[in-house]
Design a protein around this ligand. Structure first.
Ligand code: 4AD
Ligand code: MG
Length: 454
């Protein structure tokens, strides 16, 4: 008998019921309860979130007793007829035959009650079987596809940038160093895991005009916040011949496009998360239909000063031009003042990376972060400094080892007219779209300080 996936059964349910066809599934048990002569299994096979109810009866199910003994987590085989249950308005399988393919031990940690996300994080090898993680990973999967689709449809080439590198793109000193044989180093200078593929991808923007890299990124950042991981995925496009306002327009079109894709293709998952966090419905509608706010950094400082003057208490109330805004300030701007995504633009040069283009005021750089309610910064982007001498000067002022990036600075000597790009934190995007409170629950196996099991 051909095994059919549950999602397919549900899609074709009407016809299957009309024809009274026998169907067969293989999957696992989420819950199993029986009341003597009849029992109900909530089964899933991963093809949808809800799974399907299996009804087994003493009078008509082969191996009825086996079904009664099958525990949560067990792998099962079910054959039966599809039926529309008018009490809960859902399709179910009325089993004619049941088999336990592999029983699950009694200590299986995912029992019926709701588990906290903290508890689930401690069983990362099993938490993928919960509806919450299935829904989140399924949206993550679709987003990955939508992102590649967007770029491929718009003439971008995907470039594999190296994971082993000798540069610290962001200059934040967060590189994980690669340990080598002390007597015989493998690499000189010292190698580390990449914090960003930007410097390398910029080279190919000068080759293809539009490129992107999308891969794992590593930062030895010890901050224990709800939005920092030591290993995360970043999407980094780089486009030749565009400036900051054009980059911001692309970012907005890109975010809208991929969100639309998810709304269209992940309706079951979105419904699941909307029940947990009703606010995401408005959030998603707003995301795709309304324009994002654009705000000068300078003006943001004035708004924050005003908030303090009017009595708002931040943990850090010392607001001045030149301040590197903390998450509480960023979130106040996008949550309390505008309640929508906000592009903050033209930051003071001293709080931003060496490669950003100096504005004519000699004080700010053509950089922009995208701040969103509930998360804070999800994108960091900029126009790149295209002037060789200015870039060299910045590198030296910031005490960056020129030897490791001379090649990058040299790009400016060979027809580097303009180039802009951004980095989107993939996990933060998932957090934002689904209203997930901790970034650790947006990736199958989160890495953060002290956590490296699994
Ligand atoms: O703002 P960042 O540091 O920008 C760059 O790395 C640039 N080189 C990007 C570019 O222009 N090509 O990082 C970009 C984004 C952040 O906005 C955030 O969403 C995410 O990467 N990010 C993290 N996500 C999870 N955990 C961390 N520790 C993160 N650090 C940054
Ligand atoms: Mg940033």
């Amino acid at each position: 008998m051909k095994i059919v996936r549950i999602a397919e059964l549900i899609t074709n349910a009407k016809t299957l019921v009309e024809k009274n066809e026998i169907v067969t599934i293989k999957g696992w048990i989420r819950t199993n309860r029986d009341s003597g002569k009849i029992g109900f299994i909530e089964a899933y096979d991963g093809s949808n979130i809800e799974g399907i109810q299996v009804v087994y009866k003493s009078e008509s199910t082969i191996n009825f007793d086996e079904a009664k003994l099958a525990r949560t987590g067990a792998a099962i085989y079910v054959q039966g007829n599809l039926n529309f249950n008018s009490r809960n308005s859902q399709y179910e399988i009325v089993a004619t035959e049941f088999k336990t393919l592999k029983q699950s031990d009694e200590d299986f940690p995912l029992q019926k009650k709701q588990h906290s996300m903290e508890f689930l994080r401690e069983i990362a090898h099993l938490r993928g079987r919960t509806k919450t993680m299935q829904a989140a990973m399924s949206v993550r999967n679709r987003l990955m596809f939508a992102i590649h689709n967007f770029f491929q449809a718009n003439g971008f080439k995907w470039i594999a940038t190296p994971i082993i590198t000798s540069n610290d793109c962001e200059g934040a000193g967060e590189n994980f160093l690669i340990q080598e044989d002390k007597n015989k180093p493998f690499f000189t200078p010292q190698a580390s895991l990449t914090v960003s593929g930007q410097l390398n991808v910029e080279t190919y923007a000068q080759s293809f005009g539009r490129v992107y890299t999308f891969g794992p990124t590593f930062r030895a950042d010890r901050s224990h916040t709800n939005r920092h991981l030591a290993e995360f995925w970043m999407i980094e496009p780089e486009i030749a011949f565009i400036d900051l306002p054009q980059l911001i327009a692309l970012e907005e079109a890109f975010i809208k496009n991929i969100c639309q894709d998810v709304i269209k293709n992940c309706s079951e998952e979105i419904k699941f998360f909307t029940e947990l966090h009703p606010e995401i419905k408005d959030r998603l509608n707003h995301l795709v239909s309304k324009e994002f706010k654009k705000l000068e950094y300078r003006d943001a400082i004035e708004l924050l000063k005003k908030a303090v003057a009017e009595g708002h208490q931040f943990e850090d109330n010392d607001i001045f031009f030149g301040k590197d805004l903390a998450s509480e300030h960023e979130r106040y701007i996008c949550e309390k003042i505008f309640n929508c995504p906000v592009f903050l633009m033209n930051y003071p040069k001293d709080i931003k990376a060496f490669y950003m283009k100096l504005n004519p005021d000699n004080e700010t750089v053509a950089a922009s972060d995208l701040l969103v309610p509930g998360v804070g910064e999800i994108i960091g982007g900029s126009q790149r400094e295209d002037d060789y001498n200015k870039l060299m000067e910045r590198t030296k002022t910031l005490n960056i080892d020129v030897r490791s990036i001379q090649w990058y600075i040299d790009l400016r000597k060979y027809g580097y007219y303009a180039s802009s790009g951004f980095g989107l934190g993939f996990e933060r995007l998932v957090m934002y779209i689904l209203g997930i409170e901790n970034v650790r629950d947006t990736i199958p196996f989160p890495r953060y300080e002290g956590k490296i099991s699994w």
